[in-house]
Design a protein. Structure first.
Ligand code: HEM
Ligand SMILES: [Cu+2]
Length: 499
């Protein structure tokens, strides 16, 4: 595979897969549907987040039941939106190197929407409010707040969505194997271990896509197992699986799934920064080693969610802690360093597209720091279940993941092409979003450092000011996201493929 940067800043893929024009048209529509679907859900869920902050800040009064329904829909909604939008990003780039099926891409999308309807019904009609983590045995023990049926439909909805993704990953796996022969070759391991000469043009997207496919397949499979066990328990209460095993499976699944959304979306950085700087993204042994390490690390660190579960085997917690120090770092370093090197003195033209992509590097890197802190057992003892935790993940999701997705959307729109004028509204959106997201995350972190618990509908008087500042911050994020989403709704449908 060879790819060269040409003067226009475009990469020519000499060995790309050939598709017919109608296949390409259809694929572009499908990618746009994933993005628009994802952005709309993000926007709605941000309004839900704003609502929660306003409730905690006593500016809005709703019942505790409704608060937990909103918290549940927010958690599951953003994770789902992250999943579907990041899949859109990865699929768009991956199909340029391996043949992927449009139909399966659409099927997953439709299955996803079906699951979304089920989940919305379970929450707002059935009253389910047991959080997106459906931690066993909570769904079965609502004390009358929701019915068994509501809890079941929620879990069935997740199961349905997982099945769609499994089908999609099978297609990705098939495509990757057909093109590269083995997963290790696709990951660049044959080059890393000297069985093949290093090929600097081996696509970063193929490496990332293979990693995502492997870990998410296993993560979702674990999720399916635990969902089925939970469903059986709902209707056959004599069947009582081990609660600690259930928690392990749930957090393995949840941790891997949300992390994989970042590893899928980072392909936008690998693919697009080269286009805007005219410098190709060269893969090398360090790059392969980092991605190889992360295949295992992302799966092995999940016990950092169980550090206060004292019956957990000590070694698992220690492994979780030690690996958490390093998890994310390898890929982050090769990506951050690579991005800096590509941009440095490249004469890059800053547009909303490139600003968002560059911001994502900062947000991801900076967001990892509070995450690592929390993964230390001694710190976790203090910060566990405080708002520190939403603080760290909102940081790298709002400032790392979402800018990748927004940046890709802006690229598809065609914003920031040579000579284009920057739009004032895009600029406003960018800075409203940036400042709001920073504030939202920092207020969460500060709240956690002050011992304010997470997942409390009602806050004590001395916590209320934090929540009020958080509400203002949230409003800014919503404004930014609203501008981005409106821009996508207006410009995306008729945008031609900028490739
Ligand atoms: C305007 C933007 C947002 C605001 C104001 C916001 C606000 C909130 C609030 C208030 C909570 C509950 C905190 C508590 O435990 O008391 C929460 C939880 C959460 N948020 Fe956000 N959020 C926003 C965007 C996002 C985004 C974009 C993501 C992911 C991509 C996200 C992921 C989550 C997750 C996973 C939870 C945990 C839910 C749970 O504890 O079950 N949020 N958010
Ligand atoms: Cu985790």
């Amino acid at each position: 595979m060879s790819s060269t940067a040409v003067a226009s800043g475009k990469i020519e893929y000499s060995n790309s897969v050939e598709y017919s024009d109608s296949e390409n048209r259809n694929a572009l529509i499908a990618v746009k549907a994933h993005l628009i679907g994802g952005l709309l859900v993000f926007l709605l869920m941000m309004l839900a987040g704003l609502t929660m902050r306003a409730v905690q800040g006593t500016w809005l009064e709703i019942g505790a039941d409704l608060f937990y329904q909103i918290m549940t829909v927010h958690g599951v909604g953003v994770v789902g939106a992250a999943g579907i939008a990041s899949t859109g990003v990865l699929w768009y780039f991956l199909r340029q190197y391996v043949r992927l099926s449009n139909s399966i891409f659409w099927i997953n999308f439709i299955i996803f929407l079906t699951g979304v309807v089920m989940i919305l019904g379970s929450i707002f009609l059935g009253g389910y409010g047991g959080a997106w983590t459906f931690l066993y045995p909570l769904p079965a023990k609502s004390m009358g707040v929701w019915s068994t049926g509501a809890a079941a439909v929620f879990q069935l909805g997740l199961l349905v969505i997982g099945t769609g993704f499994l089908i999609l990953y099978l297609d990705m796996g098939r495509g990757i194997l057909a093109r590269y022969g083995s997963l290790s070759r696709a990951l660049g391991l044959t080059q890393l271990f000297g069985k093949e000469a290093v090929d600097y043009t081996h696509p970063a997207t193929v490496v990332a896509g293979t990693m995502v496919m492997i870990v998410n397949f296993l993560g979702i499979a674990a999720g399916a197992v635990v969902l089925v066990m939970g469903l059986i328990n709902l209707y056959t209460p004599e069947f009582q699986p081990d609660a600690l095993l259930m928690k392990n499976l749930i957090y393995f699944f949840g941790h891997v799934f949300i992390n994989a959304t970042i590893y899928a979306s980072v392909t936008a950085v690998y693919e697009l920064l080269p286009r805007y700087t005219g410098r190709p993204w060269k893969t090398n042994k360090v790059f392969y080693a980092a991605w190889f390490a992360i295949v295992f690390m992302v799966m092995a660190v999940y016990p950092h969610h169980l550090m206060m579960d004292f019956p957990m085997p000590q070694w698992a917690l220690i492994v979780g802690q030690v690996l958490s120090f390093g998890s994310g770092i390898p890929v982050l370093v090769v990506t951050g360093y690579g991005a800096l090197m590509i941009v440095y003195r490249s004469g890059i033209q800053w547009s909303t597209t490139t600003k968002l992509l560059f911001l994502s590097m900062f947000g991801w890197a900076a967001g990892v720091i509070p995450a690592i802190l929390d993964a230390m057992i001694t710190v976790n003892r203090v910060f566990h279940n405080t708002l520190w935790v939403p603080g760290h993940f909102h940081f790298y999701l709002l400032l790392g993941l979402l800018p990748m997705i927004f940046g890709f959307t802006y690229h598809l729109i065609g914003e920031g092409r040579q000579g284009d004028q920057l739009k004032a509204t895009d600029n406003l959106g960018f800075y409203a979003y940036l400042i709001g997201a920073l504030m939202t995350s920092m207020v969460f972190l500060a709240s956690g450092a002050n011992g304010i618990p997470r997942r409390w509908a009602t806050h004590m008087t001395e916590w209320v000011t934090f929540a009020q500042v958080g509400t203002v911050a949230a409003a800014l994020v919503v404004l930014g996201a609203l501008i981005f989403t409106l821009r996508a709704l207006i410009s995306l449908p008729r945008a031609a493929d900028p490739r």
